[in-house]
Design a protein around this ligand. Sequence first.
Ligand code: NDP
Length: 276
Amino acid sequence: MTDRYAVIGNPIEQSKSPLIHTAFAQVTGQDIEYTKLWAPLEGFAAAVDAFRAMGGRGMNVTAPFKLDAFAYATDLAPSAQMAGAVNAMKFEDGKVYAENFDGVGLVRDLVHNLACALQGRRVLILGAGGATRGALLPLLAEQPGELVIVNRTVAKAVELAALAQQHQTSRVPVKGLGYDDVQGAFDVVLNASSSSLTAELPPLNAGVFAPGCLAYDLTYGKGLTPFLQLAQQAGVTRLADGVGMLAEQAAEAFAWWRGVRPNTAEVIQNLKVPWV
Ligand code: NDP
């Protein structure tokens, strides 16, 4: 029997998840159907209830429902607890198991696909929203030399740095700063702010890019974003967007649901938007 999965969001037309999971199912020989599910802003729980009643086995969750999913879950994995948000659910024996695979997807893309080892490196992450929060522990598990969080609203960066210090098992120094206070150059600069969605440039000094640095924009499908352009103008040649992260978090969810981890290389290749 075909097992049913979906991605829920509002809006949802833009989602690449059905394309990704259908490709994964084909290469792994899994019999699944994966659809897009739009829900009204106040209607998350009712839509998920209905999907489960029809035999739905699991869901990905996208904006703006990651916090609703957090509240709906019966069993939150540590990744979801730390992120304060849920991006994947599994329905089993009347329970709602919940995970957040965004952070692990980002780190897998960095380390595995882009061959960018983080150990001992200075890492700068822009933004202090949900994406940064979810990425903190997976990034720290790689034992960078230092992790600096920079945000327009400085208090949020400071708060996340304290949270990370409190929960990490290693002893990596973590700082939360405003843009004016960032000092020195970094080996990895991650734009986890939503600036690229509106084609804006975060107020970042181009001196943050160390020679040989990787500049990575978590936003995907926007070509050479203002952040990536800044990096390129500063001489950075290693540029990446978040398409690999998207594919890797999807592969983690697929493996969690189906017990088999698909190879992501072809999906990433097919989703890549050429730099303009
Ligand atoms: P949030 O809305 O939770 O946080 C947005 C953050 O961006 C805030 O820290 C905000 O700062 C900052 N910000 C917004 N505009 C600007 C700007 N012009 N200059 C500087 N900082 C800015 O968003 P998320 O954390 O959920 O998502 C962030 C990005 O990551 C999005 O673009 C999203 O598409 C991408 N993403 C990609 C994924 C992938 O699979 N590739 C997965 C998840 C997210 P302030 O606090 O001061 O308002």
